[in-house]
Design a protein around this ligand. Structure first.
Ligand code: ADP
Ligand code: MG
Ligand code: ZN
Length: 519
């Protein structure tokens, strides 16, 4: 299908067609209607958001003999000349390639002449921040005493590079990035009227990729259509744009929330089979955790979130299932591990490790789970009291109420049993340690500098996990503190021939091994 690029055929021709910049178009229209126009305007904003389009509409409206309520008629010679870029009265100058003093001097010579047809000579200078300082100074002189028949419209993506002396002589309008939903709406309209078949999810992918620029969205659409023809399949779109399938991202977050490790491995496999960029995938995953968090916290999520409507419900549902703590934990973890991917020689393994770890992050329990666990715990306490109590930490004074309020030793052992059901290795490592204090709000464990236990819990992940388990078992504000005193249970003194150093014992514990020979 032969066509002009969409960005050109779909350039807005009246103020109402300019999307997302109503704050600007309304002001300009009413200024035109009441004839209260500035001599110079500065349009700032990202590329592809409508600066040039509005400049042209304004230039046309200024010169149109037959304006329609502030809009150009787009039918007279003046209007059509400007649309086609052949008007002598309206000139567009590219600031980037006409940066010097000479060009501005020429312009100043030109300005003297009255317009040949219309009422105004209009100079549109694009990327005005590129002008040299002498050029700016020459321009400033004109701006200080502008002839009545001249209007300037400056456009720039970098307004901070425009000298304040120039800025102060312009009426400034800041063009906004266009919201995702409006971009999607517009490219849907374009495809419908151009007879292109494309699904809503595909449109939303293009809109997201455009990051607020309508022109970018239109150019992406060009790219896709020139590859696929008038019928765009979702899979083709992904291929052309090299975009990570949204379903895969949702599948990942769900697997992480469910703690489903095997699905995580499948996902990594899929990423490799499709040949996705791992970093791109990681970026998308982080963005989606951010979305999940925002969807829980924001009053009006659809305004802050860059999530298309068709994803909003599922995003909210997942977020509610996971809960805020869990999501924050996951996002923090992703942020902390980003560097792992960058520096590894094997990104696949690194990604697998990260996803597996994420899927194993402590689950925050639902209320029902919690009640269930409390039942089990109570049973255990009652039973161990009936069995004659645990081997250590018997406190005669407390015996009357010990089923309800277990003393430190019992609490410690009960916790170890619980930990053992969650993380055997960690429980084994802690088994030899008794907390020096176990109070209502915290336990203190001897650090044992240099020991295996110490180095194990030096890893912030392990420590965090321990805290998480302790909080799950005791209560949400429970603290775990390693005290820097010397080790309470030590074998430093008695390293007789047959004694195994403590570190080795620890290792044997974790791997449930035994020493076969000693040479
Ligand atoms: N706000 C907008 N509303 C509708 N279309 C837009 C808008 N902004 C950009 N476009 C599309 O992008 C093309 C280029 O826009 P343009 O006005 O030249 O952007 P800028 O000058 O800000 O880079 C337009 O022809 C139009 O197709
Ligand atoms: Mg432009
Ligand atoms: Zn006209």
């Amino acid at each position: 299908m032969p066509y002009e690029v969409f960005a050109r055929t779909w350039r807005p021709q009246v103020f109402e067609e300019v999307i997302g910049q109503e704050h600007i178009t309304k002001t300009l229209k009413s200024a035109l209607l009441s004839d209260r126009l500035a001599h110079a305007y500065l349009f700032s904003g990202a590329r592809g958001v409508g600066k040039t389009s509005v400049a042209r509409i304004l230039a046309k409206a200024l010169n149109c003999p037959n304006p329609q309520e502030g809009n150009p008629c787009n039918a007279c010679t003046s209007c059509t000349d400007i649309t086609h870029g052949s008007s002598v009265d309206v000139q567009e100058i590219d600031g980037a390639s006409n940066r010097g003093i000479d060009e501005i001097r020429n312009l100043r010579e030109n300005i003297r002449y009255l317009p040949s047809h219309g009422t105004y000579r209009v100079y549109i200078i694009d990327e005005v921040h590129m002008l040299t300082l002498p050029a700016f100074n020459a321009l400033l002189k004109t701006l200080e005493e502008p002839p009545g028949h001249v209007k300037f419209i400056f456009a720039t993506t970098e307004p901070h590079k425009v000298p304040p002396t120039i800025l102060s002589r312009c009426q400034r309008f800041d063009f906004k990035r266009i919201p995702l939903s409006k971009i999607q709406e517009q490219i849907k309209k374009i495809t419908e009227s151009e007879g292109i078949e494309i699904s809503d999810p595909s449109l939303s992918i293009i809109a997201r990729q455009a990051e607020g620029s309508m022109r970018d969205a239109e150019s992406l659409l060009d790219q896709v259509v020139s590859f696929t023809g008038a019928k765009v399949e979702d899979a083709q779109l992904m291929e052309v744009l090299g975009i990570i399938d949204r379903d895969l991202i949702f599948k990942t977050t769900q697997a992480i929330i469910d703690g489903n490790a095997s699905t995580c491995l499948d996902i990594v496999d899929e990423i490799y089979r499709y040949g996705y960029e791992i970093k791109e995938y990681y970026r998308e995953l982080m963005a989606q955790f951010r979305n999940l968090i925002v969807s829980l916290l924001a009053q009006e999520p659809s305004r802050i979130l860059d999530v298309p409507d068709n994803e909003l419900n599922e995003t909210k549902r997942q977020a509610q299932q996971a809960g805020i703590e869990r999501l924050l934990q996951a996002l923090n973890f992703l942020i902390n591990r980003e560097a792992d991917l960058r520096y590894t020689s094997n990104p696949r393994i690194a990604l697998e490790a990260i996803l597996l770890k994420l899927s194993g992050l402590k689950e925050y329990l639902s209320f029902d789970d919690l009640i269930g666990k409390l039942d089990v715990l109570e049973q255990r306490f009652t039973q161990s009291a009936a069995d004659g109590g645990p081997r250590e930490g018997i406190d005669e004074k407390a015996s009357g109420s010990e089923a309800m309020v277990p003393d430190d030793g019992k609490r410690w052992n009960a916790f170890l049993r619980y930990l053992s059901s969650k993380n055997r290795a960690m429980a084994n490592i802690l088994k030899e340690r008794e907390p020096s204090t176990i109070a209502e709000d915290r336990m203190e464990l001897p650090y044992g500098k240099g020991s295996f236990t110490a180095s194990y819990f030096d890893d912030p992940d392990h420590f965090e996990q321990l805290v998480a388990y302790a909080r799950e078992f005791f209560h949400a504000n429970f603290k775990v503190i390693f005290t820097k005193q010397s080790v309470a249970v030590g074998t430093e003194q008695d390293t007789g021939n047959n004694e195994v150093p403590e570190q080795v014992n620890d290792i044997l514990d974790i791997f449930e091994g035994k020493i076969i020979s000693r040479d």
